[in-house]
Every structure is written in structure tokens, then in C-alpha cells.
Design a protein around this ligand. Structure first.
Ligand code: 3AM
Length: 192
């Protein structure tokens, strides 16, 4: 089983992200339904480890928190970008959640993730995209920002090969705790 842990995004945020698609030949755009923020890629996990991972993630806990997406960027060489992504406004709460996920997965026996966490939402994977069109994408969307939304849980997904696009299936969902007065606090913080 190929697994990853991710924060699902509200539908309107995904629709907004999907509207960034286009204008870059050679780009494989991620369909709106598949857009997510990966917290940790686990790779292949067998049945016994799967049970442990599920239990370990159940111990992560913590409070819900607001988050905003902001800006666009790329992975890979500037002249040969591999991935286009939307960025995430820096968030201590997100970094703490990622840390708790990491520690709990280590406790399940998974090897420590050595790569630095770079929060992002993958928008497209590129193959031979003309550098000037990629540059234009950055100029056109540099001001992209989502609304502030509430991260009220994370999900363990399995990834399956599909026709062109991977199919992501939620295996388990892990809610984060809402503050007692979430309705009032959420409205005040502009979450809703
Ligand atoms: O959310 P993103 O798109 O950044 O790139 C894959 C995707 O991340 C990543 O796991 C997420 C769900 O597929 N991924 C796939 N294979 C990977 C690998 N071998 C990987 N991340 C690290 N190493």
C-alpha cells in the first residue's frame, strides 16, 4: 500500500486553485478533487505497519487552526521546473502538526524523514514546459492567495495508479479539536 498523510482542502479553495491551471504546455494539472497539502509521504507500507500507522496517527491530536495559501512556486531547476505549486502562508500551528505527525510515525518504526518540510499544494507536474511560459505563469499568479480556512483534521490517503492521474483514497480521517467557542471564534477569525 502506498500511503501519504495530507490535509484536505475545502472545495471552494480547491476550485480556486484549479482556476490557476492553464497556459503552460507540457503541464499535467492536478484535478481539483486531488488537490491537497501533503504532511508526510510514507511510501509502501505492509498490512501490519498499516495498522500501526493508523494507531500512531490517532495519537497525534491537537487543535484545529486557520491556514492560508499564498503565492506560487516551483520545484526543480529554474529553467527546468518539475512541479508547480501554491505556497502556504507560514504557520507555526502547521509546523507543530507536521512535527507531531513525524514523531508519531517514527514511534511506529518508520524511518525519519530527512528532507526539510516545504509546505505546498502541487498544482502541476511538468515535462519539457517552455521556460518563458513557466515564467509567465509565475508573473500572472504571483498574487494568488486563498481565503483563510480552518484546518480541522488530516487524512491518511492511499495512492493508486489511475488513467493519467493517481487515485487518492482516504483510508482514515483524524479530526483536530475545535475550540469550545469555535462558532464565534471562527467567525471572528474569518474562517467561515
Ligand atoms: O502533495 P505532493 O504532490 O507534493 O509527490 C507526491 C505527492 O506529493 C509525493 O506524495 C504525494 C502523494 O503522492 N510522493 C510520491 N512519491 C514520493 C517519493 N518517492 C513522494 N514524495 C517523496 N518521495
Amino acid at each position: 500500500m502506498r500511503l501519504f498523510v495530507a490535509i484536505p482542502l475545502p472545495e471552494d479553495v480547491r476550485v480556486g486553485l484549479a482556476m490557476l491551471a492553464g497556459g503552460v504546455p507540457g503541464a499535467g494539472w492536478v484535478p481539483a478533487d486531488n488537490l491537497h497539502l501533503t504532511l508526510r509521504f510514507l511510501g509502501e507500507v505492509d498490512g501490519r505497519q498499516f495498522e500501526e500507522v493508523c494507531l500512531g496517527l490517532g495519537r497525534v491530536g491537537g487543535d484545529a487552526f486557520p491556514l492560508e495559501l499564498s503565492g506560487v512556486g516551483h520545484f526543480g531547476d529554474r529553467r527546468q521546473a518539475r512541479v508547480l505549486w501554491a505556497g502556504v502562508r507560514p504557520s507555526e500551528a502547521l509546523a507543530r502538526l507536521r512535527g507531531r505527525v513525524e514523531r508519531n510515525l517514527e514511534d511506529c518504526g518508520l524511518p525519519r524523514e530527512e528532507r526539510r518540510f516545504h509546505p505546498h499544494v502541487t498544482l502541476a507536474r511538468l515535462r519539457g514546459a517552455p521556460v518563458e511560459r513557466v515564467g509567465r505563469f509565475f508573473i500572472e499568479h504571483s498574487r494568488y492567495a486563498s481565503r483563510r480556512f480552518l484546518v480541522d483534521g488530516f487524512t491518511l490517503f492511499s495512492s493508486h495508479p489511475g488513467h493519467g492521474q493517481s487515485i487518492y483514497r482516504p483510508e482514515a480521517e483524524y479530526p483536530l479539536e475545535l475550540p469550545q467557542d469555535a462558532g464565534v471564534a471562527g467567525a471572528a477569525a474569518g474562517w467561515a
